[in-house]
Ligand binder design. Structure first.
Ligand SMILES: *Cc1c(COP(=O)(O)O)cnc(C)c1O
Length: 476
């Protein structure tokens, strides 16, 4: 600003405390936000040159952020600088090309930029009346997701924190509907007097499936397990006899091997019994959006509910999960919420589709991600992860490593040796700063997981990571 006259809102604030005046000035002046962006840009520019895992010194320096609760207001610029200087180096370089841990996705620049803008708006996604923008973008994203993933037309989407919560939603909707068919309103009756439902899943179900089972009060001891084949896929012939009290939880993307349960065969069996199928497709459901990989999710439209993350394979920012359900009445009933002060409308009121009432506007950055990529861009992104995984597999085999899974999607599993050798190998790779990987267990054998989840991984990144693996093996 050229003249020093305070902006109108700052002028009106002069009768408030110095703290309030400072905050009004920060809002009007904006240099604080520019500073944050500049720190972020410096971080992104240096991402390939820094260690992927933070070193011990960077972690020790976090002590500088610790201390007694400040007695009074601080200095905003100094706070940001301190955070950038001490916090930044102790992050893992997830947005770079050599983070292969968990199934953590990378970051789409357009989605990040949209999120920065949306965070500035600080909208509450609760109902249309408090954010028409979010409400409309939830509708748009829902329609686009139905099209991209090939879901039934009536499917509703809930924009939740991640797949953990989306599984809770799917199972809650399943419970409401199955109980309702059996003449019980589970919301009123509660578990104690409800008909007993049967939960069926495979021995390789993700730990968050078990968490949902616990949170919803079913109890893990009641789960009936189907067996899996050598890739971790549910074997349909080992399903128990099915009836109208069953909820089958399938997996599209085994967190270790990346394999997919045989969805069509299982769904057909369950439909014949009048039961419910939920598909946990946290990272794998996106295969459906990729013509060359869609065979993996064949039959997915026969399920009743699905859980998938936008923050994994799609590379949207955290926290962004999707609860999808082809039975809108059951989903809304299971998550029911109302209050005299809540202005609901004939528009889309997001809180009817999520466990949370107030939440951030996840649909905004998701909309930006899908707008940027388009149908072909999503397919290119997903297929790119598979291509890099195949490259990893080939170069590892070339270097004499033992790859023990069929690389059908984005996961590569390595056998290194016993527990101690495996741990030492992982530690060595991480300490080299060249890549981030994690250990796991596969049929009770210690293994190393390599997860290709970021668009930012280049062919050269894969080669560089394999070189670090060779060094870790030969020096270990
Ligand atoms: C990551 C993951 C989950 C949990 O998802 P969050 O987004 O971390 O809550 C569930 N199932 C599978 C297969 C996963 O990979």
């Amino acid at each position: 600003m050229t003249d020093k006259t305070p902006a109108p809102s700052a002028r009106n604030a002069l009768d408030q405390s110095p703290l309030h005046q400072a905050m009004h000035e920060q809002m009007q002046d904006g240099s604080l936000f520019t500073r944050a962006i500049e720190h972020g840009q410096a971080y992104l520019r240096g991402i390939s040159d820094r260690p992927v895992a933070p070193d011990a010194a960077a972690q020790a320096a976090l002590a500088g952020l610790d201390g007694p609760l400040p007695e009074g207001p601080g200095e905003a610029e100094a706070i940001l600088d301190q955070l950038a200087q001490l916090g930044g180096p102790a992050t893992t370089a997830q947005v770079g090309g050599r983070f292969f841990g968990m199934v953590n996705g990378g970051l789409l620049p357009t989605a990040l930029a949209a999120r920065l803008l949306a965070d500035t708006w600080d909208q509450n996604a609760v109902v249309h009346a408090v954010s028409p923008t979010n409400s409309r973008l939830e509708e748009v994203c829902q329609r686009w997701l139905i099209e991209l993933l090939g879901l039934p037309q009536q499917t509703v989407a809930g924009f939740v924190s991640g797949t953990s919560m989306a599984i809770v939603c799917g199972l809650a909707a399943a419970r409401w509907r199955l109980c309702q068919r059996l003449g019980c309103d589970i919301n009123a009756a509660g578990l104690a007097s409800a008909p007993r439902l049967r939960l069926i899943t495979s021995r390789h179900a993700h730990s968050t499936v078990l968490k949902a089972v616990v949170l919803l009060g079913f109890g893990t001891d009641t789960i009936e397990y189907a067996e899996v084949d050598d890739q971790g896929r549910l074997r349909p012939e080992t399903l128990p006899a099915l009836d109208e009290t069953c909820i089958l939880i399938l997996q599209a993307g085994n967190v270790n091997s990346g394999s997919f349960d045989p969805i069509r065969a299982c769904c057909e069996a369950v439909r014949a019994a009048g039961a419910w199928v939920h598909i946990d497709g946290a990272f794998g459901l996106w295969a459906a959006a990729c013509p060359n990989l869609a065979y993996l999710t064949d039959g997915l439209e026969l399920a009743q509910s699905w859980s998938v993350d936008a923050h994994k394979t799609l590379n949207a920012p955290y926290d962004s999960g999707l609860s999808l359900c082809a039975d809108p009445e059951a989903m809304v009933a299971a998550l029911q919420n109302s209050g005299a002060y809540i202005p609901t409308s004939e528009h889309r009121d997001g809180m009817h589709f999520t466990p949370e009432m107030s939440r951030r506007t996840r649909a905004i950055d998701l909309w930006a991600a899908l707008s940027f990529l388009g149908r072909s861009g999503v397919a290119t992104l997903v297929e790119g992860l598979h291509t890099r995984a195949r490259q990893f597999e080939a170069e590892l085999k070339q270097a004499g490593f033992s790859v023990i899974n069929d690389v059908v999607f984005n996961q590569v599993l390595l056998e290194i040796g016993d527990e101690a050798k495996t741990t030492a190998f992982v530690d060595h790779v991480k300490a080299s700063g060249e890549a981030w990987i994690g250990p796991s267990r596969w049929f009770d054998r210690p293994v190393v997981r390599v997860s290709l989840c970021s668009w930012a991984t280049t062919p050269a990144d894969v080669t560089r990571a394999v070189a670090a693996f060779v060094t870790a093996r030969d020096q270990g």
